[in-house]
Design a protein around this ligand. Structure first.
Ligand SMILES: Nc1ncnc2c1ncn2[C@@H]1O[C@H](COP(=O)(O)OP(=O)(O)O)[C@@H](O)[C@H]1O
Ligand SMILES: [Mg+2]
Length: 276
């Protein structure tokens, strides 16, 4: 079970004078159950890439398959849930309940199952059931994002794809989002997070992809990413790399403050020992 992208190339406005190649021969695979981070500069093609994974865009050449089915076929829609960068744009219902239940009803679930899936989605996202009768547009930005996520989860996707999910959220909302993603991943849902700021995501990731100008330029686990990539690194990793480049014998595959602190203290102590 996996999302398999083979030699995918894509241009917007194909055949017109505005034609622009945005994805160039991308090949990658995301296995069921993995937590994947896709990193890269703004404009490197990340959003265009993920829009191929649930058939919103069709390859100009190459192929995208989800569990062996071509991604633009309708039955893929319920397998791959997509949360856009501005989830407010995904909301449309008169009430929160109408919004969250749209997916499972649309994919043919019966009334009992719809209710069950909606309740499960409310629990997973931590949304208060009392909000169900309100208009989604009367909620705060953070709550709207949770309603959009609940709507996607109610369709029981096997793969959940999120485009820049941390943007615009304060620290508290971001950490609650990350713990929800961790929980969903433990429940067996594959998580694909697109982010141009990867630092908070790396500890959760099994695999990281780096896009540059439409090309996939790196694929590996977070440790490999931190030691072999020079851009799009967490600030702590850049600091450790800077120290290492200046001759200090420290690990460079560190992304969190506590580990960096311990590593620098250990170095300090070993140097004190030398100078005694
Ligand atoms: N609908 C569109 N029509 C034409 N060009 C687009 C469209 N959407 C994105 N692009 C262009 O494609 C490139 C990649 O965009 P995108 O996939 O959004 O990158 P990212 O998500 O990495 O920021 C950018 O140069 C962007 O301007
Ligand atoms: Mg984008």
């Amino acid at each position: 079970m996996s999302i398999d992208i083979k030699n995918l190339s894509f241009s917007y406005n194909k055949g017109s004078s505005l034609e622009k190649t945005v994805l160039d021969n991308v090949t990658l695979s995301i296995k069921k159950g993995e937590f994947v981070v896709i990193s890269g500069d703004v404009g490197s093609g990340k959003s265009t890439l993920i829009r191929h994974m649930n058939g919103l865009l069709k390859p100009c050449s190459g192929s995208v398959e989800v569990d062996g089915i071509l991604a633009h076929q309708r039955k893929v829609r319920s397998k791959v849930g997509m949360l856009f960068q501005f989830p407010q744009k995904q909301l449309f219902g008169k009430t929160v309940l109408e919004d969250i239940s749209f997916g499972p009803s649309n994919f043919g679930a019966n009334a009992l199952d719809v209710e069950k899936h909606v309740n499960e989605a409310l629990v997973l996202t931590g949304l208060d059931a009392k909000l169900c009768s309100l208009s989604p547009f009367s909620l705060s930005g953070g709550q709207m994002r949770l309603v959009a996520m609940a709507g996607v989860l109610a369709s029981k996707p096997d793969y959940l794809i999120l485009d820049e999910p941390g943007s615009g959220l304060d620290l508290e909302n971001r950490s609650s989002l990350f713990s929800t993603l961790k929980q969903l991943n433990s429940a067996g849902i594959s998580i694909v997070v697109v982010s141009h700021q990867v630092s908070e995501m790396l500890p959760l990731a099994d695999k990281v992809f780096l896009m540059d100008s439409g090309k996939l330029v790196f694929e590996g686990n977070p440790q490999e990413y931190m030691s072999s990539v020079s851009s799009h690194l967490p600030e702590i990793t850049s600091l450790m790399k800077g120290l290492h480049a200046r001759g200090f014998d420290v690990r460079t595959d560190i992304s969190n403050l506590d580990e960096a602190f311990d590593e620098i203290c250990a170095l300090w102590k070993s140097r004190e020992g030398i100078h005694k």
